[in-house]
Design a protein around this ligand. Sequence first.
Ligand code: AMP
Ligand code: GLY
Length: 419
Amino acid sequence: MKLLVVGSGGREHAIAKKLLEYRDVEQVFVAPGNDGMALDGLDLVNIGISEHSRLIEFAKENDIAWSFIGPDDALAAGIVDDFNQAGLKAFGPSRLAAELEWSKDFAKEIMVKYGVPTAAYGTFSEFEEAKAYIEKQGAPIVVKADGLALGKGVVVAETVEQAVEAAHEMLLDNKFGDSGARVVIEEFLDGEEFSLFAFVNGDRFYIMPTAQDHKRAYDGDKGPNTGGMGAYAPVPHLPQSVVDQSVETIIKPVLKGMIAEGRPYLGVLYAGLILTADGPKVIEFNSRFGDPETQIILPRLTSDFAQNITDILDKKEPTITWLDEGVTLGVVVASEGYPLDYEKGLPLPEKTDGDIITYYAGAKFTGNSRALLSNGGRVYMLVTTADTVSAAQKKIYDQLEKQDTTGFFYRTDIGSKAL
Ligand code: AMP
Ligand code: GLY
């Protein structure tokens, strides 16, 4: 069968590369992809994620069995609805089901209605009311733009002044455009953060290994928030009881709630959780795979990924199995200056193979040669599996030291919370 992956980052590289490993998969196309993926035998299609009718035409002409949708903005734009209307299968939620991610206020309403543990909150579109709420609650407090803001619309404020300023920027200065026309202001949750992913169709779900992302740019969780600078799975110090509790109190009720609301969920559900003294609580839902978590979760899948997704789409029971030993860890290499201004067009080190996988996010061939240049903020990621977190760190960091990373930077403490 032939498959299409929609998106262009490291996440889509990992999804597409994994799909191509299986016997029944002849060809995997990625639209629009990035040139680094071509080194793994993936076929790039020069169509953007928002060009639904061109993507549909491509899928029909090329006999695509189904498409896997990576990015949140494509899902929020209703790409799955459009594919389905054209008679095509796509793995991802409908626009209405994806509202769990594209409106934080909607996600909060669902959580409250169906009893899912989350931070106490208020939603505001008037600055004066937001300010009064912040002053009443006190700090620390968290201010979030309601809509999609590329992971940058969240301010964890340590003081009332910072929180008021953040609300001002979103509601009055229009810093995030329409996404910030409403803000969700919520209680600060204290505890360890982790992510729980599941493949879902309606009320059937299949939990993946736990993962931990590192969202701040620099070591020690310092610096600005980014898309994610590295991750590892599973999180060795999280007991199975926490996963079981998260499934019972979070995953099951939210999926039942979405069915009751007439928005049954299909695709990957990503719960961003904090383990508080009162158990796991939700900080956000995403309606898709995480980036960079996908790159460290999928290498642990030992079953036939393409068959698994085919079965889930057909509501058949999939046989999904995971590596049950060791840890998979990955470090993102980003352009100096990311997530703010950075240069593009710097030469990249050779692709690694075998024991250390290179996934590309922002990479482009130079003119007519096959040498890769950087072409984005997050450029590539090295991923490996080892017996322990420290063994995996050593493999990755030894490799990075051998590479010429001039003009790039990476965190040197990915996974260190587990040590
Ligand atoms: P988000 O974009 O919703 O993932 O939020 C970005 C980061 O802000 C999260 O990864 C958390 O570290 C932090 N955060 C979000 N909400 C809360 C909260 N209620 N309490 C504490 N930290 C939070
Ligand atoms: N790793 C964070 C995200 O995908 O949103």
